[in-house]
Design a protein around this ligand. Structure first.
Ligand SMILES: [Zn+2]
Length: 102
């Protein structure tokens, strides 16, 4: 009789070990803000929900296409150089963006 064995556990875990305690403090301050490292450069990334609080539209520096008002996207800036360097990206574009921020 075949036993319904489950595949061995503990072999590989999909659980990310990346969660740093410091990050949680930041999360408490702003649940939308996080840090991402790309090619050794740290970026602060913040989700923008896309409510048309500001009537501005932004040009995504990755695809050079306008981010329309009301579109959820991300704003990212160099953690060292500060918010002066911030740019607005399509959410998907920032994932493939490898820097640098100009
Ligand atoms: Zn884009």
């Amino acid at each position: 009789m075949p036993r319904n064995n489950r595949t061995a556990r503990g072999g590989r875990k999909a659980k990310p070990d990346e969660a740093e305690p410091d990050l949680r403090l930041d999360v408490l301050r702003s649940s939308l803000r996080r840090e991402v490292t790309k090619r050794g450069v740290d970026y602060v990334v913040q989700n923008v929900t896309g409510n048309s609080e500001t009537e501005k539209t932004w040009i995504c520096p990755h695809c050079n296409i306008e981010i329309k008002t009301g579109t959820a996207h991300v704003v990212a800036w160099d953690a060292i150089r500060g918010v002066e360097t911030r740019r607005h990206f399509h959410t998907a574009c920032f994932k493939s963006f490898q820097g640098p921020l100009l």
